[in-house]
Design a protein around this ligand. Structure first.
Ligand code: NAD
Ligand code: UDP
Length: 343
Protein backbone atom coordinates (compact mmCIF):
# COMPACT_ATOMS: atom_id res chain seq x y z
CA UNK A 1 0.00 0.00 0.00
CA UNK A 2 1.30 3.40 -0.96
CA UNK A 3 1.65 5.99 1.79
CA UNK A 4 -0.78 8.89 1.35
CA UNK A 5 0.56 12.36 1.96
CA UNK A 6 -1.47 15.56 2.20
CA UNK A 7 0.53 18.46 0.75
CA UNK A 8 -0.88 21.89 1.61
CA UNK A 9 0.27 24.63 -0.76
CA UNK A 10 1.30 21.89 -3.19
CA UNK A 11 0.56 24.03 -6.25
CA UNK A 12 3.16 26.61 -5.18
CA UNK A 13 6.85 26.90 -5.97
CA UNK A 14 8.45 24.59 -3.40
CA UNK A 15 5.31 22.50 -2.96
CA UNK A 16 5.05 21.54 -6.65
CA UNK A 17 8.70 20.45 -6.79
CA UNK A 18 8.16 18.41 -3.64
CA UNK A 19 5.00 16.80 -5.04
CA UNK A 20 7.06 15.60 -8.00
CA UNK A 21 9.77 14.20 -5.72
CA UNK A 22 7.12 12.45 -3.61
CA UNK A 23 5.43 10.92 -6.64
CA UNK A 24 8.78 9.80 -8.01
CA UNK A 25 9.29 8.05 -4.66
CA UNK A 26 5.95 6.27 -5.01
CA UNK A 27 3.94 8.28 -2.50
CA UNK A 28 0.30 9.07 -3.22
CA UNK A 29 -0.26 12.81 -2.99
CA UNK A 30 -3.31 14.89 -2.16
CA UNK A 31 -2.77 18.60 -2.75
CA UNK A 32 -4.78 21.15 -0.78
CA UNK A 33 -4.40 24.69 -2.09
CA UNK A 34 -6.59 27.78 -2.44
CA UNK A 35 -4.63 28.90 -5.54
CA UNK A 36 -4.13 32.34 -3.95
CA UNK A 37 -0.55 32.33 -5.24
CA UNK A 38 -0.59 29.56 -7.84
CA UNK A 39 -2.45 28.16 -10.79
CA UNK A 40 -4.33 24.91 -11.35
CA UNK A 41 -2.40 24.38 -14.61
CA UNK A 42 0.50 23.23 -12.47
CA UNK A 43 -1.38 19.93 -12.05
CA UNK A 44 -1.11 19.19 -15.78
CA UNK A 45 2.59 19.94 -15.68
CA UNK A 46 3.11 17.64 -12.72
CA UNK A 47 1.17 14.97 -14.62
CA UNK A 48 3.36 15.49 -17.69
CA UNK A 49 6.54 15.11 -15.64
CA UNK A 50 5.49 12.19 -13.42
CA UNK A 51 2.97 10.37 -15.65
CA UNK A 52 0.36 10.53 -12.85
CA UNK A 53 -2.06 13.23 -11.75
CA UNK A 54 -2.03 14.12 -8.06
CA UNK A 55 -5.38 14.46 -6.33
CA UNK A 56 -6.31 18.11 -5.80
CA UNK A 57 -8.84 19.85 -3.55
CA UNK A 58 -9.29 23.60 -3.68
CA UNK A 59 -9.61 24.71 -0.09
CA UNK A 60 -8.76 27.81 1.89
CA UNK A 61 -7.04 26.51 5.02
CA UNK A 62 -8.28 29.52 6.97
CA UNK A 63 -11.76 27.98 6.77
CA UNK A 64 -11.81 25.42 9.61
CA UNK A 65 -15.16 23.83 8.65
CA UNK A 66 -14.00 23.21 5.11
CA UNK A 67 -10.57 21.94 6.20
CA UNK A 68 -12.16 19.63 8.75
CA UNK A 69 -14.47 18.26 6.08
CA UNK A 70 -11.66 17.69 3.57
CA UNK A 71 -9.43 15.95 6.12
CA UNK A 72 -12.38 13.69 6.97
CA UNK A 73 -12.17 12.33 3.41
CA UNK A 74 -8.47 11.58 3.74
CA UNK A 75 -8.25 10.19 7.25
CA UNK A 76 -6.12 7.32 5.93
CA UNK A 77 -3.35 9.82 5.12
CA UNK A 78 -0.03 9.13 6.85
CA UNK A 79 1.36 12.66 7.06
CA UNK A 80 0.96 16.29 6.11
CA UNK A 81 3.59 18.46 4.49
CA UNK A 82 2.49 22.01 5.23
CA UNK A 83 3.72 24.57 2.70
CA UNK A 84 0.63 26.81 2.52
CA UNK A 85 1.44 30.36 3.56
CA UNK A 86 1.70 33.88 2.24
CA UNK A 87 5.38 34.74 1.85
CA UNK A 88 5.93 38.32 0.66
CA UNK A 89 8.09 39.97 3.33
CA UNK A 90 7.36 43.59 2.39
CA UNK A 91 3.61 43.00 2.03
CA UNK A 92 3.64 41.44 5.50
CA UNK A 93 5.10 44.65 6.93
CA UNK A 94 2.25 46.62 5.32
CA UNK A 95 -0.49 44.10 6.15
CA UNK A 96 0.61 42.20 9.26
CA UNK A 97 -2.83 40.85 10.15
CA UNK A 98 -3.29 39.30 6.72
CA UNK A 99 -0.08 37.33 7.37
CA UNK A 100 -0.81 36.35 10.97
CA UNK A 101 -4.32 35.33 9.94
CA UNK A 102 -3.39 33.30 6.90
CA UNK A 103 -0.19 31.65 8.07
CA UNK A 104 -1.22 30.90 11.64
CA UNK A 105 -4.88 29.96 11.08
CA UNK A 106 -3.80 27.68 8.24
CA UNK A 107 -1.37 25.86 10.49
CA UNK A 108 -3.75 25.70 13.45
CA UNK A 109 -6.66 24.43 11.33
CA UNK A 110 -4.40 21.84 9.76
CA UNK A 111 -3.21 20.63 13.17
CA UNK A 112 -6.77 20.49 14.56
CA UNK A 113 -7.95 18.52 11.53
CA UNK A 114 -4.97 16.18 11.80
CA UNK A 115 -5.71 15.49 15.46
CA UNK A 116 -9.40 14.87 14.78
CA UNK A 117 -8.54 12.39 12.05
CA UNK A 118 -5.57 10.63 13.65
CA UNK A 119 -2.95 11.89 11.18
CA UNK A 120 0.09 12.00 13.43
CA UNK A 121 2.91 13.45 11.34
CA UNK A 122 3.66 16.90 9.98
CA UNK A 123 6.54 18.52 8.15
CA UNK A 124 6.53 22.30 8.42
CA UNK A 125 8.12 24.88 6.06
CA UNK A 126 10.15 27.18 8.24
CA UNK A 127 12.83 29.66 7.31
CA UNK A 128 16.32 30.85 8.22
CA UNK A 129 14.62 34.14 9.06
CA UNK A 130 13.96 32.75 12.57
CA UNK A 131 17.69 33.21 13.31
CA UNK A 132 17.47 37.00 12.81
CA UNK A 133 20.99 38.43 12.57
CA UNK A 134 23.06 35.50 13.86
CA UNK A 135 25.95 35.98 16.31
CA UNK A 136 27.93 33.07 14.89
CA UNK A 137 28.33 31.50 11.45
CA UNK A 138 27.70 29.01 9.97
CA UNK A 139 24.29 28.85 11.60
CA UNK A 140 23.57 25.59 13.39
CA UNK A 141 20.19 24.54 14.69
CA UNK A 142 21.53 25.39 18.16
CA UNK A 143 21.91 29.09 17.28
CA UNK A 144 19.34 31.02 19.24
CA UNK A 145 16.29 32.27 17.40
CA UNK A 146 15.36 35.95 17.47
CA UNK A 147 12.21 37.81 16.71
CA UNK A 148 12.32 38.15 12.91
CA UNK A 149 12.16 41.62 11.43
CA UNK A 150 8.96 41.05 9.47
CA UNK A 151 5.51 39.78 10.45
CA UNK A 152 6.01 37.09 7.77
CA UNK A 153 9.17 35.91 9.50
CA UNK A 154 7.47 36.09 12.86
CA UNK A 155 4.71 33.73 11.64
CA UNK A 156 7.46 31.14 11.14
CA UNK A 157 8.85 31.65 14.64
CA UNK A 158 5.37 31.52 16.22
CA UNK A 159 4.48 28.45 14.14
CA UNK A 160 7.49 26.59 15.50
CA UNK A 161 6.44 27.56 19.04
CA UNK A 162 2.92 26.25 18.33
CA UNK A 163 4.43 22.95 17.22
CA UNK A 164 6.57 22.81 20.39
CA UNK A 165 3.44 23.21 22.54
CA UNK A 166 1.38 20.72 20.55
CA UNK A 167 3.91 17.88 20.74
CA UNK A 168 4.21 18.41 24.52
CA UNK A 169 0.61 17.28 25.04
CA UNK A 170 0.30 14.85 22.12
CA UNK A 171 2.50 11.80 22.71
CA UNK A 172 1.57 10.28 19.31
CA UNK A 173 2.30 13.42 17.36
CA UNK A 174 5.57 14.02 15.51
CA UNK A 175 6.80 17.08 13.66
CA UNK A 176 9.82 18.12 11.65
CA UNK A 177 10.43 21.78 10.96
CA UNK A 178 12.69 22.49 8.01
CA UNK A 179 14.40 25.86 8.03
CA UNK A 180 15.03 26.78 4.41
CA UNK A 181 17.80 29.18 3.52
CA UNK A 182 17.36 30.79 0.06
CA UNK A 183 15.54 28.48 -2.36
CA UNK A 184 16.11 29.27 -6.05
CA UNK A 185 16.25 27.27 -9.29
CA UNK A 186 13.62 25.28 -11.13
CA UNK A 187 12.82 21.77 -12.31
CA UNK A 188 15.17 20.55 -15.03
CA UNK A 189 12.24 20.15 -17.46
CA UNK A 190 11.75 23.93 -17.43
CA UNK A 191 8.05 23.20 -16.88
CA UNK A 192 7.74 24.37 -13.29
CA UNK A 193 9.47 27.07 -11.29
CA UNK A 194 8.88 30.18 -9.26
CA UNK A 195 6.19 32.50 -10.58
CA UNK A 196 6.01 35.56 -8.34
CA UNK A 197 2.83 37.53 -8.20
CA UNK A 198 3.61 41.09 -9.39
CA UNK A 199 7.01 42.63 -8.71
CA UNK A 200 9.39 40.04 -7.25
CA UNK A 201 10.80 40.60 -3.75
CA UNK A 202 13.49 37.98 -4.11
CA UNK A 203 16.80 38.32 -5.87
CA UNK A 204 16.72 35.46 -8.39
CA UNK A 205 13.31 36.12 -9.98
CA UNK A 206 14.21 39.81 -10.11
CA UNK A 207 17.44 38.96 -11.95
CA UNK A 208 15.76 36.64 -14.48
CA UNK A 209 12.90 39.08 -15.10
CA UNK A 210 15.41 41.89 -15.67
CA UNK A 211 17.38 39.76 -18.12
CA UNK A 212 14.11 38.82 -19.87
CA UNK A 213 13.25 42.52 -20.27
CA UNK A 214 10.24 42.45 -17.93
CA UNK A 215 12.03 44.73 -15.43
CA UNK A 216 14.30 47.54 -16.47
CA UNK A 217 17.05 47.10 -13.92
CA UNK A 218 17.93 45.23 -10.76
CA UNK A 219 18.49 47.44 -7.72
CA UNK A 220 21.23 46.00 -5.52
CA UNK A 221 20.24 46.88 -1.97
CA UNK A 222 23.46 48.19 -0.45
CA UNK A 223 27.19 47.59 -0.94
CA UNK A 224 28.38 48.84 2.44
CA UNK A 225 27.87 45.64 4.44
CA UNK A 226 30.82 44.07 6.26
CA UNK A 227 31.29 41.37 3.60
CA UNK A 228 33.97 40.69 0.98
CA UNK A 229 32.42 42.97 -1.68
CA UNK A 230 30.02 44.92 0.55
CA UNK A 231 26.86 43.12 -0.61
CA UNK A 232 24.98 40.66 1.62
CA UNK A 233 25.79 36.97 1.63
CA UNK A 234 23.15 34.25 1.45
CA UNK A 235 23.05 30.47 1.19
CA UNK A 236 21.20 29.74 -2.07
CA UNK A 237 19.76 26.25 -2.36
CA UNK A 238 18.33 24.48 -5.41
CA UNK A 239 14.60 23.86 -5.02
CA UNK A 240 14.99 20.27 -6.26
CA UNK A 241 17.55 19.56 -3.52
CA UNK A 242 15.07 21.06 -1.08
CA UNK A 243 12.28 18.84 -2.42
CA UNK A 244 14.46 15.75 -1.96
CA UNK A 245 15.10 16.73 1.66
CA UNK A 246 11.34 16.65 2.29
CA UNK A 247 11.15 13.08 1.04
CA UNK A 248 13.93 12.04 3.43
CA UNK A 249 12.36 13.91 6.35
CA UNK A 250 9.06 12.20 5.59
CA UNK A 251 10.70 8.76 5.57
CA UNK A 252 12.28 9.58 8.93
CA UNK A 253 8.83 10.38 10.35
CA UNK A 254 7.12 7.35 8.84
CA UNK A 255 9.90 5.00 9.97
CA UNK A 256 9.73 6.54 13.46
CA UNK A 257 13.44 7.31 13.45
CA UNK A 258 13.11 10.60 15.30
CA UNK A 259 15.03 11.35 18.45
CA UNK A 260 12.45 13.85 19.68
CA UNK A 261 8.86 14.65 18.78
CA UNK A 262 9.84 17.94 17.18
CA UNK A 263 13.03 17.96 15.18
CA UNK A 264 14.48 20.94 13.37
CA UNK A 265 16.84 20.90 10.41
CA UNK A 266 18.56 23.63 8.41
CA UNK A 267 18.33 23.18 4.66
CA UNK A 268 21.06 25.04 2.83
CA UNK A 269 24.27 24.22 1.01
CA UNK A 270 26.65 25.66 3.60
CA UNK A 271 28.13 28.01 0.95
CA UNK A 272 27.50 31.73 1.02
CA UNK A 273 27.40 33.94 -2.09
CA UNK A 274 27.17 37.72 -2.21
CA UNK A 275 24.63 39.52 -4.37
CA UNK A 276 27.41 40.62 -6.75
CA UNK A 277 28.70 37.04 -7.00
CA UNK A 278 25.22 35.84 -7.95
CA UNK A 279 25.04 38.54 -10.63
CA UNK A 280 28.50 37.60 -11.95
CA UNK A 281 27.52 33.92 -12.06
CA UNK A 282 24.31 34.79 -13.85
CA UNK A 283 26.28 36.75 -16.45
CA UNK A 284 28.76 33.97 -17.00
CA UNK A 285 26.11 31.19 -17.15
CA UNK A 286 23.88 33.09 -19.58
CA UNK A 287 26.59 35.02 -21.46
CA UNK A 288 24.60 38.25 -21.14
CA UNK A 289 25.12 41.47 -19.20
CA UNK A 290 22.66 42.31 -16.45
CA UNK A 291 21.47 45.88 -15.99
CA UNK A 292 21.88 46.71 -12.32
CA UNK A 293 22.48 49.65 -10.02
CA UNK A 294 23.67 49.86 -6.43
CA UNK A 295 21.14 51.57 -4.22
CA UNK A 296 20.48 51.96 -0.48
CA UNK A 297 20.02 49.11 1.98
CA UNK A 298 16.65 47.39 2.30
CA UNK A 299 15.15 47.47 5.82
CA UNK A 300 15.62 44.25 7.73
CA UNK A 301 18.39 42.75 5.56
CA UNK A 302 21.21 41.12 7.52
CA UNK A 303 24.80 40.97 6.21
CA UNK A 304 25.47 37.24 6.26
CA UNK A 305 23.41 34.07 6.52
CA UNK A 306 24.67 30.62 5.71
CA UNK A 307 23.87 27.25 7.16
CA UNK A 308 25.70 24.52 8.88
CA UNK A 309 24.26 21.49 7.13
CA UNK A 310 25.86 18.86 9.37
CA UNK A 311 22.70 17.87 11.21
CA UNK A 312 20.65 17.26 8.05
CA UNK A 313 23.54 15.22 6.68
CA UNK A 314 23.88 13.13 9.83
CA UNK A 315 20.20 12.54 10.62
CA UNK A 316 18.46 12.75 7.23
CA UNK A 317 21.34 11.53 5.10
CA UNK A 318 20.76 14.62 2.97
CA UNK A 319 23.06 17.17 1.47
CA UNK A 320 22.58 19.53 -1.42
CA UNK A 321 24.02 18.24 -4.72
CA UNK A 322 23.37 21.11 -7.09
CA UNK A 323 25.75 24.07 -7.42
CA UNK A 324 25.01 27.76 -7.98
CA UNK A 325 25.55 27.46 -11.78
CA UNK A 326 22.85 24.82 -12.00
CA UNK A 327 20.49 26.85 -9.84
CA UNK A 328 20.96 29.84 -12.14
CA UNK A 329 20.73 27.98 -15.45
CA UNK A 330 17.52 26.21 -14.39
CA UNK A 331 15.97 29.50 -13.19
CA UNK A 332 16.87 31.08 -16.52
CA UNK A 333 15.50 28.19 -18.57
CA UNK A 334 12.22 28.43 -16.63
CA UNK A 335 12.00 32.20 -17.12
CA UNK A 336 12.61 31.87 -20.86
CA UNK A 337 9.98 29.14 -21.24
CA UNK A 338 7.52 31.23 -19.30
CA UNK A 339 8.05 34.27 -21.50
CA UNK A 340 7.66 32.19 -24.68
CA UNK A 341 4.35 30.88 -23.38
CA UNK A 342 3.08 34.31 -22.43
CA UNK A 343 3.91 35.79 -25.86
P1 NAD B 1 4.23 29.79 -2.87
O1 NAD B 1 3.48 31.04 -2.63
O2 NAD B 1 4.74 29.52 -4.24
O3 NAD B 1 3.37 28.53 -2.40
C1 NAD B 1 2.47 28.60 -1.32
C2 NAD B 1 1.18 27.95 -1.77
O4 NAD B 1 0.26 27.99 -0.66
C3 NAD B 1 0.51 28.65 -2.93
O5 NAD B 1 0.15 27.70 -3.93
C4 NAD B 1 -0.74 29.30 -2.32
O6 NAD B 1 -1.80 29.37 -3.25
C5 NAD B 1 -1.01 28.37 -1.16
N1 NAD B 1 -1.74 28.99 -0.04
C6 NAD B 1 -1.44 30.15 0.62
N2 NAD B 1 -2.36 30.39 1.57
C7 NAD B 1 -3.25 29.37 1.53
C8 NAD B 1 -4.43 29.05 2.25
N3 NAD B 1 -4.93 29.86 3.20
N4 NAD B 1 -5.08 27.91 1.95
C9 NAD B 1 -4.63 27.09 0.99
N5 NAD B 1 -3.53 27.33 0.25
C10 NAD B 1 -2.84 28.47 0.53
O7 NAD B 1 5.44 29.76 -1.80
P2 NAD B 1 6.74 28.84 -1.76
O8 NAD B 1 7.91 29.65 -2.14
O9 NAD B 1 6.48 27.55 -2.47
O10 NAD B 1 6.82 28.59 -0.20
C11 NAD B 1 6.31 27.42 0.41
C12 NAD B 1 6.53 27.50 1.90
O11 NAD B 1 7.92 27.65 2.17
C13 NAD B 1 5.84 28.70 2.57
O12 NAD B 1 5.39 28.30 3.84
C14 NAD B 1 6.96 29.69 2.70
O13 NAD B 1 6.73 30.60 3.74
C15 NAD B 1 8.13 28.78 3.01
N6 NAD B 1 9.44 29.36 2.68
C16 NAD B 1 9.67 29.82 1.41
C17 NAD B 1 10.89 30.41 1.09
C18 NAD B 1 11.14 30.96 -0.29
O14 NAD B 1 12.10 31.73 -0.45
N7 NAD B 1 10.38 30.60 -1.30
C19 NAD B 1 11.90 30.50 2.07
C20 NAD B 1 11.64 30.00 3.36
C21 NAD B 1 10.39 29.42 3.65
N1 UDP C 1 18.39 41.77 -3.17
C1 UDP C 1 18.75 42.85 -3.96
N2 UDP C 1 17.84 43.32 -4.87
C2 UDP C 1 16.60 42.76 -5.04
C3 UDP C 1 16.26 41.65 -4.23
C4 UDP C 1 17.17 41.19 -3.30
O1 UDP C 1 19.85 43.39 -3.84
O2 UDP C 1 15.83 43.24 -5.86
C5 UDP C 1 19.36 41.26 -2.19
C6 UDP C 1 18.85 41.38 -0.76
O3 UDP C 1 19.26 42.61 -0.22
C7 UDP C 1 19.53 40.18 -0.09
C8 UDP C 1 19.72 39.16 -1.22
O4 UDP C 1 19.53 39.88 -2.44
O5 UDP C 1 20.81 40.56 0.35
C9 UDP C 1 18.71 38.03 -1.15
O6 UDP C 1 17.43 38.62 -1.04
P1 UDP C 1 16.10 37.76 -1.09
O7 UDP C 1 14.95 38.70 -0.90
O8 UDP C 1 16.09 36.90 -2.31
O9 UDP C 1 16.24 36.77 0.16
P2 UDP C 1 16.28 37.09 1.74
O10 UDP C 1 16.29 38.54 1.94
O11 UDP C 1 15.05 36.44 2.24
O12 UDP C 1 17.52 36.41 2.22
Amino acid sequence: MKHKIIVTGGCGYIGSHTVIALMENDFEVIILDDLSNSNEQILDRITKITGRKPEFVKVDLKDLDHVHNVFGHFRDADAVIHFAAHKAVSESVQEPLKYYQNNLYSLINTLISQQENGIHNIIFSSSATVYGNPDTLPITEKNKTQRPFSPYGNTKKIAEEILEDVVLVSPDFSAISLRYFNPIGAHESGQIGEFPNGIPNNLMPYITQTAAGVREKLMVFGNDYPTKDGTPIRDYIHVVDLAEAHVLALKRLLNKEQESQLEIFNLGTGDGYSVLEVIQSFESVTGSKLNFEITGRRDGDVPKLFASTDLAKEKLGWSANRKLDEMISSSWKWEQNLREELI
